[in-house]
Design a binder for this molecule. Structure first.
Ligand SMILES: Nc1ncnc2c1ncn2[C@@H]1O[C@H](COP(=O)(O)OP(=O)(O)OP(=O)(O)O)[C@@H](O)[C@H]1O
Ligand SMILES: *[C@@H]1O[C@H](CO)[C@@H](O)[C@H](O)[C@H]1NC(C)=O
Ligand SMILES: *[C@@H]1O[C@H](CO)[C@@H](O)[C@H](O)[C@H]1NC(C)=O
Ligand SMILES: *[C@@H]1O[C@H](CO)[C@@H](O)[C@H](O)[C@H]1NC(C)=O
Length: 453
């Protein structure tokens, strides 16, 4: 496997010396290998102890026990605990109490999530502590929920816009909320991620859908998560294995599925990458313009995004997603150099006179996505023989320009770069072997959805 080392070949006369270095090298290599394996083993036994099927089922069993005791509730509880229509599949992630479990709910794959494994670890709703507390009206709940959203998202929420989130529930019922319902709602609201998803639920296709909850666990749709080690970042094979409507664009293309390079609905892998890239562009445009505040993504990497079967890009990890007001709070720092003003992928400049970081982010979501995602897809190494085609060369150039232009300040320049990428990708899709006309994944995205906060 290793290329012959020049030293050995040239000094074949001094065979003994050479053998000794080889032996040493082999020993070193073996030692290194053993060390790495040991490390992985130790890591596994310490951490994945909690991500075993046994532990995960135990956690869900505890949820059900508390459901039976009337401590917590939710629209998923009956199926999870009584009719057993939620079937445990595997543990996806466990760290510092955060639990992520894959399951099947009535045949549909879902992901169950909670920031903390135990219900009792969440702060209880203080008004419930008093036995003789007056009954809470739905409006009071709205009020407290509003405060909680303001805390976690840094958004001023108008009273009127909160009921929308829980409105159906609030209107439908004549009776006030039970303790279990309030306690469950409260545990969910303490999870910033849940609040974020819930607030944007009907406003964005680029945010994961919450499909139900039981106690402190909430279920989201199962998606194909990105992985840096995957050649295409998203497992394109897995897309076709997902249940759901076939996302074919034209009936004619499905007949050509005999060719092995056409994986789904007559799309080639390359077509699919182009479609996913277009959806990334649409998401960038959407997060920039369609809410009352710009949404900044400060941790951009394949792992934090996923795709649906129709190749829409979805944000699944929003721990580092901030609306403009919160972004400014975060960037408001003392500084002596620009480095002090870097917050992961969100950076601003240091004002040397005031020793304060600028409140405005100087780079943009688009720049970081070009740098960390598009650059990988449209690099000459991954393209192979096609890298020399004129359109591909133009795209590579555009992606590099995009990655190197901060673009946070100059809206005009940013728009031009966005437009160039959009045009090239659309052109490539039109010319590509997949011939997928229409359905570019951004067709209906221009309806303005205002947050009204
Ligand atoms: N909706 C989903 N569909 C499929 N897989 C998912 C989904 N949500 C999360 N996952 C998988 O579970 C893993 C962990 O989930 P999540 O991203 O919420 O944790 P995390 O917040 O990334 O933890 P950290 O912030 O420490 O990185 C993800 O890397 C992803 O592989
Ligand atoms: C959760 O509860 C179980 C059982 O009550 C306990 O053994 C475990 O340590 C708790 N975990 C945390 C993180 O509090
Ligand atoms: C929201 O409603 C609460 C009572 O439910 C009230 O006290 C508060 O002033 C209202 N806030 C706004 C901004 O209207
Ligand atoms: C920033 O600097 C000011 C004065 O130079 C000081 O009063 C303040 O405490 C500092 N803030 C932080 C977060 O260090």
């Amino acid at each position: 496997m290793w290329p012959p080392r020049r030293g050995c070949v040239l000094r074949w006369l001094g065979l003994r010396v050479c053998r000794r270095t080889t032996l040493l090298f082999a020993l070193f290599w073996f030692g290194f290998w053993a060390f790495l394996n040991g490390l992985v083993f130790v890591h596994r036994t310490i951490f994945s102890d909690f991500c075993t099927n046994y532990k995960s089922k135990q956690v869900l069993q505890r949820v059900c026990e508390e459901y039976r005791q009337g401590v917590l509730t939710g629209d998923l509880c009956e199926d999870l605990c009584v009719t057993r229509q939620v079937q445990y599949k595997r543990c996806l992630y466990y760290e510092n109490g955060k639990k992520v479990i894959e399951a099947d709910w009535r045949g549909v794959p879902v992901v169950l999530k909670s920031k903390l494994e135990n219900f009792s670890s969440y702060e209880s709703f203080s008004l419930l502590e008093y036995q003789d507390a007056p009954e809470l009206s739905p409006m009071d709940i709205v009020f407290y929920a509003t405060l909680e959203i303001k805390n976690s998202l840094g958004l001023e929420v108008r009273n009127a816009s909160v009921p929308r989130l829980w409105s159906q529930r609030l209107q439908e019922r004549g009776r006030p909320y039970s303790r279990a319902e309030l306690a469950s709602l409260w545990s969910l609201l303490q999870q910033e991620e849940y609040t974020f998803f819930k607030v944007l639920q009907d406003l964005s296709r680029h945010v994961v859908k919450v499909v139900g909850s039981c106690g402190h666990f909430y279920a989201v749709e199962y998606l194909i998560a990105g992985h840096a080690w995957n050649q295409n970042l998203f497992s394109l094979e897995e897309i076709s294995s997902l249940p759901g409507p076939e996302s074919q664009t034209s009936p004619s293309s499905s007949s050509s599925s005999s060719s092995s390079s056409l994986s789904q609905g007559g799309w080639t892998d390359r077509d699919m990458v182009h479609r996913i890239a277009l959806s990334f562009l649409e998401m960038v445009r959407h997060f920039e313009n369609d809410f009352s505040h710009r949404l900044h993504l400060c941790d951009i990497k394949p792992e934090n995004f996923a795709i649906r079967k129709d190749l829409t890009v979805v944000a699944i990890d929003v721990d580092m997603a901030f609306f403009e007001p919160k972004m400014q709070d975060i960037l408001e720092q003392n500084c002596t150099s620009d480095e002090d003003c870097n917050f992961f992928d969100c950076i601003s400049k240091c004002d040397m006179n005031k020793n304060k970081c600028g409140l405005k982010r100087i780079n943009s979501n688009l720049q970081v996505i070009c740098d960390k995602i598009f650059r990988h897809w449209f690099s000459p190494t991954l393209l192979g023989a096609r890298a020399g085609l004129p359109l591909q060369v133009a795209l590579q150039r555009a992606v590099l320009d995009c990655a190197e232009t901060a673009g946070g300040e100059e809206a005009e320049l940013s728009r031009a770069i966005h437009h160039r990428l959009l045009a090239l990708l659309t052109q490539l899709l039109r010319d590509g072997p997949g011939q997928g006309e229409g359905g570019q994944g951004d067709g209906d995205g221009h309806s303005h959805t205002s947050l009204n906060f």
